[in-house]
Design a protein around this ligand. Structure first.
Ligand SMILES: [Zn+2]
Length: 138
């Protein structure tokens, strides 16, 4: 009886460790924004990395950033150009928030999700655990 319990405990422990390990591996690192100021414009030189990493539409993500920064933005190949001087920290903050609201699965922490739209409501569907959660897509 005791031995069975120990086995069970050991098995649970190892499953727990595996799960913890998996979620750390899956977590997305947000790249450091490469910001350049030219006149009154802010150029985010590595913009293309973000939608690619999050597997989201580049235009939609840019719209989100422009809205949150209360400015106009445009795409120029891999770069994004914003009117006004924006600092690196604001981009990091916005990308982090976007990840939490739209990308990362709140159930298992996996960033492998995609958006489905039903009756004008957006959901992110997790490809790792199958969970469906709300998404705030603008
Ligand atoms: Zn999940």
């Amino acid at each position: 009886m005791t031995r069975q319990y120990d086995d069970l405990l050991a098995r649970a422990q190892s499953t727990l460790e595996k799960t913890a390990h998996k979620s750390t591996q899956n977590r997305l690192e947000i790249p450091e924004p490469q910001v350049l100021w030219v006149g009154n414009k802010t150029i985010l030189r590595n913009y293309a990395e973000y939608p690619k990493l999050m597997r989201r539409d580049p235009d939609r993500l840019l719209m989100y950033l422009a809205k949150e920064l209360a400015t106009a933005a445009s795409l120029d190949a891999d770069r994004a150009i914003f009117i006004g001087r924006k600092d690196k920290a604001s981009f990091t903050q916005l990308f982090t928030r976007y990840m939490i609201d739209n990308v990362t699965c709140p159930v298992c922490g996996s960033p492998d999700t995609h958006i489905v739209t039903e009756s004008r409501l957006h959901f992110r569907v997790c490809e790792a655990c199958g969970a469906r959660s709300s998404a705030r897509v603008n």
